[in-house]
Design a protein around this ligand. Structure first.
Ligand SMILES: *Cc1c(COP(=O)(O)O)cnc(C)c1O
Length: 344
C-alpha cells in the first residue's frame, strides 16, 4: 500500500515499512541496532518473554505540526520510564541515547506514514523483550529492543466526546509492591476481561480502585485520572501502583502554569463522584472527558455532552502544543530530522 486515506485512519495497526532492532546479552552493554524491514521475527519457544512475561513497552506520538516540522512529545521521559521498567523486570536498561536514536530513525525511515498536520500521528511503540531461552524463572540470557510505528487517526473522530465509566469493586489493576508503576506487558491482559464486561454493559472502560483500601481511584483502564472541584484540580498521587503517565505530568505542569491549584493526593471514589468535571489522559487519547461514573447503585453525571471548561482548556493547550498551534512554554517538543542518512 502506498496511498493512505488519511481521513479514514483510526487507532489501529497499519503496517509500515521499517522497524528497528537491537539485541544485547545479559551482562553486556547495549550497542546501537539497525533498521530492518517491518515484519515477523523468530523467537525461541523458551524465550523469557513468552514463558514469564519479561517484557515492557512504551508509547509515543510523532506529530507533523502546522509549521511542517515533525516532533515527538517529551520522548526523553519515555526513555527514562523504559529504563525504570527494565530495572524492575531484571532486564538491561537501554541507554537513553540509543532509545532516542532508535525512535528518530524509525520515524525518519517511515516518514511517508506520518499523517498530515491535524489528521493524526505516527504512533511509536518501543518494546524490550527477554528473548533468550530460559527454563527456570530467572532473567533471560538475551534481550531484544524493537521499535515499530503505525499511523493513527485522532482517538475521537469529530472532536472530544464524553465517556461513561464504571468503578469496579471486583478487580484490581495493581497491588502495592507489584509492577503497576511500570509498563510491564503482563499488567495489561488481566484488564481485558473487566474491560470487555464493562463495554458489554455500555461503559467505555473501568475505573480501578486501590487494592489495599478499595477506596481510592487509581486509573481508568490504562489512563490516568483527574477531577476538578471548585476550580481545583485533583489527581491521585503516585504510590507505585499507578503508572506515572507523561501526559499526567504534563497536565499537572500546564495547570500550574495557568495558575490552577493542583492537589496530588489520594482521591477517593466518593470525592470523585462529587466533583464538577473529570477526565482521563494518556498518549493515545490525550484527554478524554468523562461524562459519567457509575459505582454500585450510584451514577454521577458530569455532562451529557458538554465538556467542562477546565478539561477543554487543558485539552486545547496540550493538543495545541503537539501541533505547534500554541506556544510550547516548557520546550517539550523534540524535532525529528527526516533526512537522516540511514543505512538500510
Ligand atoms: C501508558 C499508560 C498511561 C499513560 O501514560 P502516558 O505516558 O501519558 O502515555 C497511564 N496508565 C497506564 C496503565 C499506562 O500503561
Amino acid at each position: 500500500m502506498n496511498e493512505v486515506d488519511w481521513d479514514s485512519l483510526t487507532f489501529s495497526l497499519t503496517k509500515t515499512d521499517w522497524m528497528y532492532i537491537a539485541k544485547c546479552n545479559l551482562g553486556d552493554a547495549w550497542v546501537p541496532g539497525k533498521i530492518i524491514p517491518y515484519g515477523n521475527f523468530e523467537i525461541d519457544p523458551a524465550a523469557g518473554v513468552l514463558n514469564y512475561g519479561q517484557g515492557i513497552f512504551e508509547g509515543m506520538k510523532a506529530h507533523r505540526t502546522v509549521n511542517d516540522r515533525v516532533v515527538i512529545f517529551r520522548p526523553e521521559e519515555n526513555a527514562k520510564r523504559f529504563q525504570s521498567g527494565a530495572d524492575r523486570l531484571g532486564m538491561p536498561p537501554v541507554p537513553e541515547s540509543i532509545f532516542l536514536d532508535a525512535v528518530e530513525q524509525v520515524v525518519s525511515a517511515n516518514k511517508k506514514w506520518i499523517p498530515p498536520s491535524g489528521k493524526g500521528a505516527l504512533y511509536i511503540r518501543p518494546l524490550l523483550l527477554g528473548t533468550g531461552p530460559i527454563m527456570g524463572v530467572a532473567p533471560a540470557p538475551e534481550y531484544t529492543f524493537i521499535v515499530f510505528v503505525t499511523p493513527v487517526g485522532p482517538y475521537f473522530k469529530g472532536g472530544l466526546s464524553c465517556i461513561k465509566l464504571i468503578i469496579t469493586d471486583e478487580y484490581h489493576r495493581a497491588a502495592p509492591g507489584g509492577s503497576g508503576g511500570v509498563k510491564a506487558i503482563g499488567n495489561y491482559a488481566p484488564g481485558m476481561m473487566p474491560s470487555k464486561n464493562a463495554k458489554k454493559n455500555g461503559f467505555a472502560e473501568v475505573i480501578y480502585l486501590d487494592a489495599e483500601y478499595h477506596k481510592y481511584i487509581e486509573e481508568v483502564g490504562a489512563a490516568n485520572f483527574f477531577c476538578i472541584k471548585d476550580d481545583i484540580i485533583y489527581t491521585p498521587e503516585l504510590t507505585g501502583t499507578i503508572l506515572p503517565g507523561i501526559t499526567r505530568d504534563s497536565i499537572i505542569q500546564l495547570a500550574k502554569y495557568f495558575g490552577f491549584q493542583v492537589i496530588i493526593e489520594k482521591v477517593s471514589a466518593e470525592f470523585a463522584l462529587d466533583a464538577d468535571e473529570a477526565f482521563c489522559c494518556g498518549t493515545a487519547a490525550v484527554i478524554s472527558p468523562i461524562g459519567s461514573i457509575t459505582h454500585g447503585q450510584k451514577t454521577k453525571v458530569f455532562s451529557s455532552g458538554n465538556i467542562g471548561p477546565v478539561t477543554q482548556k487543558l485539552y486545547n493547550s496540550i493538543s495545541g502544543i503537539h501541533s505547534e498551534l500554541v506556544e510550547d512554554p516548557f520546550g517539550w517538543l523534540h524535532e525529528v530530522d527526516l533526512n537522516l542518512n540511514l543505512q538500510y
